[in-house]
Write a protein that binds this ligand. Sequence first.
Ligand code: AMP
Length: 251
Amino acid sequence: VLEPEQELRAGQDRFDRLEGMRGAPARRVLEPEFGPGYGKLAVLRGQAQSSARPAWRLWSDSMRLVLLGAPGSGKGTQAARLKEHLQVPHISTGDLLRAEVAAGSPLGLAAKEVMARGELVSDAILLGMLEDRLSRPDTAGGFILDGYPRNLAQADALDGLLTRLKQSFDYAVQLDVPMELLVERIAGRAKAEGRADDSPESVRTRLKVYDDQTAPVIEYYRQHGQLTVVDGVGDLDDVFTRILEAIQPGH
Ligand code: AMP
C-alpha cells in the first residue's frame, strides 16, 4: 500500500508521462495556476482540460461511488456532472423507477402510488432492478449511484450485491445541506419541473423518510470507513470541486 504522498507522486509521474507523449508537460501548464507541488486536484483539473481520459484512471481501474443526500441536496445535479467528468454511468434509482412508471410496466404500476406519496418502494423491487443495472457491461469501470441505498437493509444488500458481482467500492459521498435550505430548494424545483412527488405533503414525507431511514446509512458508511462528507451549500461549481477533492485516493 502506498502512502498518500507516494501515491500522489506516482499519479503525477504517470500524468506527466501521458502529457509528455503529447509534448505538453503538465507542470508548465498547472504550476502557474496551482503553485509548486500541485496536488491531485490540479492533476484532475489539468487532465480534465487536456484529455478525454478521466483522471482517476491514473490511479485506479474503477470508480464506484454512492451519492448520499436529502431531497433537494443537489445530488442529481452533481451526479450528472460527475458522470461527464468521470465517464462512468449515472445510475439513479428514482430515474429507473420513473422510467418503469412511464412505460406502464407491472413494476411501474406497483411503484407509482408509493412514489407519489413520497414513501419508499420495496427493498426487493429495488434490489432486483439494481442487480440488472449493475450487471450491464457499461458499469465495468464504475458507476455513480444516486438514490440508493435509502435504508440500512439496502446498504447491506448493496455490499452483498457488489461482492457477488466481484465489484469493488470506493466512496459514499454525502452532500451536506441544512434542512431550511432543502425546503427552499425543493419548493423552487416544484415550480420549475412540476415533479409529481414535489407536492408539499409528499415533500414532507420524503424529508421525514430521509431523516428516519436514510440518515442512518450515513453512519453505516462512516463505520465502514467509506464515508466522505462534502459541504453542499454554495455555488454548483464549488460543490463539484469539493466532490472531486473528496474522492481522491487517500482522502
Ligand atoms: P428520487 O428521484 O431519488 O428522489 O426518488 C423518487 C422516489 O422513488 C422516492 O421518493 C421513492 O419513492 C422511490 N425510490 C427511489 N429510490 C429508492 C430506493 N432506493 N428505495 C426505495 N424507493 C426508492
